[in-house]
Design a binder for this molecule. Sequence first.
Ligand code: 1Q0
Length: 212
Amino acid sequence: MSADTFRLQKVLETFRSSLNENKEVYVKYYIAGWQELVTFMNSLGNVFSFISKDVVSKIQILENFLSGESGSHYVTIQSMVKYELENDLVDLTKRGSHPESGCRTLLRLHRALHWLELFLERLRTSTEDSKTSVMCSDAYNESLAQHHPWLIRKAVGVAFCALPGRDTFFEVLNAGDHAQVVALLGESLPLIAEVYQITEDLYAKNNLLELP
Ligand code: 1Q0
């Protein structure tokens, strides 16, 4: 199997590696998890490219920080938040001199991670007649949609209609038969939920949940 083949297992592994024993989240593995998801999205077809392009550009912004001269401050989400806030590197109320801070960039991925969690939970508990497009859009309306303007919500709605059906979806997850995928989802979801919750609490504590 080639290295760029998507496997659900890889997503699980990267999100698992992203948490250390102090419950800090490594930016490197967090974005690696997203990179995996981009690979997956690309395999679904061109309709999703406007979504994956946005994710790729956000991954790139964070990678640049990580490999830049202040890289040591960007090792964990916790250290990034501390560093950017202490050094006034975040536009807190309106976009100004720091439109692409690590904090606001990661917040976009963080919100999307909530969508992923809700969607995968629906997929895990779905039945044969469940529709992926409905699961996706229900999860979207409960999470990300609140942060997107009308035009993007429309475009996302169109993309959802192009999603493959449940059987194909299970297949492209590339983790064995249905029962195995369901088991793996059951294993991955608590991890994704934990990474999400840790980030959410950190952002809430620092009043960063509405960054422009
Ligand atoms: C599989 C189908 C994918 C469905 C994706 C659902 C969410 C769609 C949201 C897309 C919006 C993209 C357009 C750009 C929006 C930006 O304006 C917005 C805000 O950024 P900014 O800089 O303008 O303030 N960006 C975002 O909100 C980030 C959106 C990221 C969306 C990430 C979707 C990730 C999907 C991954 C594929 C997962 C497939 C599930 C199976 C995986 C198994 C583990």
